[in-house]
Design a protein around this ligand. Structure first.
Ligand code: 5AD
Ligand code: SF4
Length: 433
């Protein structure tokens, strides 16, 4: 008999892919089918994130709601980074939880569902060559892992403790996955890793050593593939060879995530980021020179311990100089097991909140200014989303969200569009025949 699976995915793209892996395993080996209604599910999984404290608090209230509404005999599992981080404590706090499956153990999903109160959170477990079955949330693009774990030791970040050491997935397996998804009709792939441009530092067997730039070349040779995106790269590893390949390879989408975190060299040192303000500015400038149309996105943390007014002004200064097209900004949240958890020079919460508002206001002002540069521009849009209001939307090569009047026949196609209307976050355009 078909059983129903409800899965909620929080956090990053890595989690989205991990959820796809679990869905694939459960449908292949256990005949589960997806449902969007938790009340009718036989199995409820929350795939969690622990990068900041708030979502961890929310988890327990959410688990309570699922437990109340679930149908009789249904199981509840907690997977992902909070599962890795809290382990068996989750079952202590919420005894109705049937299993806990860490972010580095998702390949065990089809077994753990049969072991009541099991906790699998080994962070040195090697899933780098596990052959997952196929499940894709989107028919238009495929998320493909290129590495698992993270070798960095950023002092604010819990991820190395939830996802373990970094291991690269062999290049031939990645290229085979890309080929498979193109055969299924997806012309865009999204390569995923915590630190993609550190790819190739360590493989778990004696595979030939391939670096990220070479991997990009090999992936781009797959016939029928039109677009390559990736996340997240690290500013420290943006060497010239990588930026030049990024610029000249026509299949690589011209959008780059450059997580700044802070613009102050002093704070970058305390954060253990490995680069300076000058290095970051130099890389961003080189990127803008090589690819004038590039969109650059970033992550910024305000209120990190010891952040002085001057440090924070450095962050605003980098924002003004780079004019990021997209900014994800956060108030620092102390995380267990991290070095910064023990830092005592904390920034008062109201100061951090005020700084966050200024960062967001500055970014909005930048967007209002730079959006005009797109007026009348010709872009190529890959349409993925049918809207209720008669529009179809998609992303340009350089990541602009563009909608045009149209219907479902546009879905899954790449079209030339002239941008006619501008707003901060999305654009309207007309198809060019
Ligand atoms: N507090 C606030 N933001 C954090 N991030 C990671 N750890 C923390 C933390 N402890 C942010 C970083 C990272 C993004 C995914 O989340 O900016 O790039
Ligand atoms: Fe992703 Fe990091 Fe959140 Fe884990 S903690 S889900 S790796 S963002």
């Amino acid at each position: 008999m078909v059983k129903k699976l409800f899965i909620e995915t929080l956090g990053c793209a890595m989690n989205v892919r991990d959820s796809e892996h679990m869905i694939a395993e459960l449908s292949e080996k256990e005949a589960y089918e997806l449902t969007t209604n938790s009340d009718e599910a036989d199995l409820i999984i929350i795939n969690t994130c622990s990068v900041r404290e708030k979502p961890v608090h929310k988890l327990f209230s959410e688990l309570g709601v699922f437990n109340k509404g679930k149908k009789e005999g249904a199981k509840i599992g907690v997977a992902g980074c909070t599962a890795s981080h809290l382990g068996k404590d989750i079952i202590k706090r919420a005894p109705y939880v049937n299993f806990v499956l860490g972010a580095r153990n998702v390949s065990k999903i089809a077994t753990i569902i049969h072991q009541d109160k099991a906790v699998e959170t080994e962070i040195d477990y090697d899933e780098s060559q596990f052959a997952f079955k196929d499940f894709r949330t989107s028919p238009y693009k495929s998320y493909i892992n290129i590495s698992i774990g993270c070798d960095k030791q950023c002092s604010f970040c819990i991820v190395p403790h939830t996802r373990g050491d970094e291991i690269s997935i062999p290049a031939d397996l990645i290229v085979a996955e890309v080929r498979k998804s193109v055969e299924r009709g997806a012309v865009e792939v999204f390569l995923l890793g915590q630190n993609v441009n550190n790819y190739g530092r360590r493989f778990s067997n004696s595979d030939e050593k391939v670096n990220f730039t070479e991997l990009l070349r090999r992936v781009s040779e797959v016939d029928g593939l039109k677009r390559i995106r990736f996340t997240s790269p690290h500013p420290l590893h943006m060497d010239d060879e990588f930026l030049e390949e990024f610029a000249k390879n026509p299949k690589i989408c011209k959008t780059m995530h450059m997580p700044l975190q802070s613009g102050s060299t002093t704070l970058l040192k305390a954060m253990k980021r490995g680069y300076t303000k000058e290095w970051f500015l130099n890389r961003a400038q080189k990127l803008r020179e090589l690819v004038p149309d590039v969109s650059i996105s970033t992550d910024i943390i305000v209120g990190f311990p010891g952040e002085s007014e001057e440090d924070y002004q450095d962050t605003l200064d980098v924002m003004r100089q780079v004019e990021f097209e997209q900014v994800f900004s956060f108030k620092y949240s102390p995380r267990p097991m991290t070095e910064a958890e023990n830092f005592t020079n904390v920034v008062a919460p109201e100061v951090a909140s005020a700084r966050l508002s200024v960062v967001q206001d500055l970014h909005n002002a930048t967007l209002d200014e730079i959006k005009h540069r797109n007026q009348g521009k010709l872009v190529e849009v890959y349409f993925e989303e049918l809207r209720a209001d008669g529009f179809v939307a998609g992303r340009s090569d350089n990541n602009l969200l563009v909608k045009v009047k149209g219907s479902e026949e546009l879905l899954g196609t790449i079209q030339k569009v002239r941008i006619t209307k501008l707003s901060r976050l999305s654009f309207e355009g007309e198809l060019i025949e």
